[in-house]
Design a protein around this ligand. Structure first.
Ligand SMILES: *[C@@H]1O[C@H](CO)[C@@H](O)[C@H](O)[C@H]1NC(C)=O
Ligand SMILES: *[C@@H]1O[C@H](CO)[C@@H](O)[C@H](O)[C@H]1NC(C)=O
Ligand SMILES: *[C@@H]1O[C@H](CO)[C@@H](O)[C@H](O)[C@H]1NC(C)=O
Ligand SMILES: *[C@@H]1O[C@H](CO)[C@@H](O)[C@H](O)[C@H]1NC(C)=O
Ligand SMILES: *[C@@H]1O[C@H](CO)[C@@H](O)[C@H](O)[C@H]1NC(C)=O
Ligand SMILES: *[C@@H]1O[C@H](CO)[C@@H](O)[C@H](O)[C@H]1NC(C)=O
Ligand SMILES: *[C@@H]1O[C@H](CO)[C@@H](O)[C@H](O)[C@H]1NC(C)=O
Ligand SMILES: *[C@@H]1O[C@H](CO)[C@@H](O)[C@H](O)[C@H]1NC(C)=O
Ligand SMILES: *[C@@H]1O[C@H](CO)[C@@H](O)[C@H](O)[C@H]1NC(C)=O
Ligand SMILES: *[C@@H]1O[C@H](CO)[C@@H](O)[C@H](O)[C@H]1NC(C)=O
Ligand SMILES: [Cu+2]
Length: 578
């Protein structure tokens, strides 16, 4: 300061100024291309015509599906959400790591209270080290049935894909449509305790396609020219159903999933659980014609009701003007609804693009059961109207026998950050209190979990291994488990009960895939690894919404580390409170 005032060059000051300039120029060169993208999302009721009927549904900006967001790795998104609808709403940026910005993650009553009708909230976050396909969706009640869209992350400016640059890129977002109001479907199931009505159609980019009534003229057409190699960014945005996806007569080369690159592998069928994304290259190497792409259910639960319809779109070669009149070529092979072998062959084919060499040093060795259950109805309950699950019970679901309940007076993150007592406890069990033959014939006395709001505390930086063990309680099925705020390595998966002695030798610690959602096999298990480097409260749950409603979830409370760069940011001033 003195030196500056007197204009006398002070050697120390000069030195520090040079250092500062050097630092600034390094910073500038790394940030020179990073952009800030501003968007307005107006949540509003919109007439949408599907399956012969026009229905009012909640949309973003009157669009169904909602707008596609496109950014480069390193960019910042600033999305101002204005709620002009009649329901509480929040938006979740599915798969975005949200380093230190947990306040922008979105699940209602976890990282924020809902944006009430008439309210607004601006989500601000930066994409760091993620490239590929993610998506955004409402994370409140069942609004995500119509409130969703792709979030595409291109490589950092100046870098390119680790595969030949595709000619075109097309998002293929698979959805699920109810002719009834999805909010009513959920409300009815919550009241009756039974299963919610299944959907009436699946959709590709919002359209059911040729196989449904009144839908043909709006079937999605995806143009392609002979010889091109294009990138399809396939997203499963369905509420309650894992889906198979295929394109007639064409091979699909998988190059990424959940915004991480994979070692390429070729297949004819994809299987995605809700929440998962898969990037595939497709070469137009077939005779010019129209080819169906199609998706339908992978339904692993025996006997459970499900939507068994098929959605289609058309891959249309450009070269022949008379093509639109020719009927599209149908896929020869959509797997059977219960084809677990095909689902398993696909999901075990993933490898990270580059080797990661995980160490075997683990700080937290966790084992969570995931599965359904039945609550007995209290004496005096109106069994006929409120206990419509088998034998006068209500459906429920749990992890480690805890059926997750959300608070309604504070978000978990706010309660944590402001040390508000009575909102949650931090005694989520690291391992099951009762060990049993998880995938066997489970004794009826073990079927009823306890409903509460328990979190599991992780020290900043702890290295976590988590075994997710499916159960056979009521019915075994595949559960797509999604962890907020993190990507994790899937080091192994298998059938039956996880055996630490024999199954540890099967771990892939060399090139396991990095994902944000893992399909825990029906009557089986999956093992994931992550390092708790993102402080906050992070929901982990089944991405079948009906299971989340029944309580198939929990949350990790990750403590701050040292200093600002290892700590949760302060909440934004417009954070919605309860
Ligand atoms: C669910 O399906 C049942 C039987 O078809 C029907 O009576 C009921 O109205 C449906 N519920 C909703 C919310 O559409
Ligand atoms: C579709 O239309 C046919 C013929 O009009 C009718 O019989 C059928 O019930 C309709 N299907 C649905 C799902 O509405
Ligand atoms: C779908 O399910 C309905 C009702 O269970 C059944 O009648 C129909 O045959 C099934 N369709 C297919 C294609 O499996
Ligand atoms: C267009 O395609 C149809 C069916 O493949 C074929 O019969 C016809 O000759 C083609 N026309 C031209 C101009 O290539
Ligand atoms: C799949 O379903 C078919 C009938 O739809 C049945 O014959 C077969 O046993 C089932 N397979 C499995 C593995 O459940
Ligand atoms: C319901 O009760 C019947 C008759 O007691 C029994 O056979 C069946 O297993 C029970 N179902 C469930 C899900 O508990
Ligand atoms: C928040 O709600 C819970 C559950 O209803 C209650 O136990 C707790 O006391 C409430 N906390 C405050 C600060 O009001
Ligand atoms: C499952 O166990 C119960 C008794 O715990 C028994 O009644 C039932 O028959 C068993 N079911 C099967 C399929 O083994
Ligand atoms: C879950 O807890 C309830 C209540 O303590 C108990 O009755 C049930 O057996 C437990 N089930 C399991 C799988 O631990
Ligand atoms: C909407 O959110 C507020 C808290 O922000 C909550 O009190 C209210 O119950 C919610 N309404 C519904 C219908 O969930
Ligand atoms: Cu589930």
């Amino acid at each position: 300061m003195e030196a500056y005032k007197n204009n006398i060059p002070n050697p120390l000051w000069c030195y520090s100024r040079i250092l500062l300039l050097l630092l600034l120029s390094i910073l500038a060169s790394s940030l020179v291309h990073a952009k800030i993208h501003h968007h307005d999302f107006v949540v509003q009721e919109t007439p949408v015509k599907r399956l012969c009927n026009t229905r009012n549904r909640i949309t973003v900006n009157g669009m169904f599906p909602g707008p596609t967001l496109e950014v480069n790795n390193g960019d910042t998104l600033v999305v101002n959400v204005v709620n002009k609808g009649q329901y509480n709403v929040t938006i979740h940026w599915h798969g975005v790591r949200q380093m230190r910005t947990g306040w922008a993650d979105g699940p209602e009553f976890v990282t924020q209270c809902p944006i009430r009708p008439g309210g607004s909230y601006t989500y601000r976050f930066t994409i760091q080290g993620q490239e590929g396909t993610l998506w955004w969706h409402a994370h409140s009640a069942w609004l995500r049935a119509t409130v969703y869209g792709p979030l595409i992350i291109h490589p950092q400016q100046g870098s390119s894909y680790p595969f030949p640059t595709p000619t075109r890129e097309t998002p293929i977002i698979l959805g699920e449509w109810w002719d009834a109001n999805p909010i009513e479907v959920l409300r009815q199931a919550t009241q009756t305790g039974g299963t919610p009505n299944v959907s009436d159609a699946y959709t590709i980019n919002g359209q059911p396609g040729d196989l449904y009534n009144c839908s043909t003229q709006d079937t999605v057409v995806i143009p392609v020219a002979s010889g091109e190699t294009n990138l399809l960014r396939v997203i499963n945005a369905a509420l309650n159903q894992q889906l198979f996806f295929t394109v007639a007569n064409h091979k699909l080369t998988v190059v990424g999933a959940d915004a991480s690159y994979t070692k390429p592998f070729t297949t004819t069928v994809l299987m995605l659980g809700p929440g998962q994304t898969t990037d595939v290259l497709i070469t137009a190497d077939q005779p010019p014609a129209r080819y169906y792409m199609a998706a339908r259910a992978y339904n692993s639960a025996q006997g459970a009701p499900f939507d068994n319809t098929t959605t289609t779109a058309i891959l249309q070669y450009k070269s022949n003007n008379s093509l639109p009149s020719t009927p599209p070529v149908s896929p020869s092979s959509l797997p059977a609804y219960n084809d677990t072998n095909t689902a398993t062959a696909f999901s075990t084919a993933f490898r990270s693009r580059t080797n990661v060499q995980l160490s075997n040093d683990i700080d937290e060795n966790l084992f969570f059961t995931v599965g359904l259950g039945l609550f007995n109805c209290p004496p005096g309950a109106n069994t006929a109207s409120n206990c419509q699950a088998p034998n006068g019970t209500r459906f429920t679901a749990s992890m480690n026998n805890v059926s997750f309940g959300l608070p309604s007076n504070f978000s978990l993150l706010q309660a944590h950050q402001q040390s508000i007592p009575g909102v949650f406890t931090i005694d989520f069990p690291a391992t099951p209190a009762v060990q049993f033959d998880y995938t066997g014939n489970v004794s009826r006395s073990l079927w009823q979990p306890v409903r509460s709001t328990k979190l599991y505390k992780l020290k900043y930086g702890s290295r976590v291994q988590l075994v997710l063990q499916g159960t056979g309680i009521f019915t075994a099925e595949n559960h797509p488990i999604h962890l907020h705020g993190y990507d994790f390595y899937i080091v192994a998966q298998g059938f039956g009960n996880f055996n630490p002695k024999t199954d540890a030798s099967k771990f892939n610690l060399v090139d396991p895939p990095l994902r944000n959602t893992v399909g825990v096999p029906v009557k089986g298990w999956a093992v994931i690894r992550f390092v708790a480097d993102n402080p906050g409260v992070w929901l982990m749950h089944c991405h079948l919404d009906v299971h989340l409603n029944w309580g198939l979830g929990m949350a990790f409370l990750v403590e701050n580390g040292f200093g600002e760069l290892q700590s949760l940011q302060t909440p934004p001033p417009d954070l919605p409170l309860c």
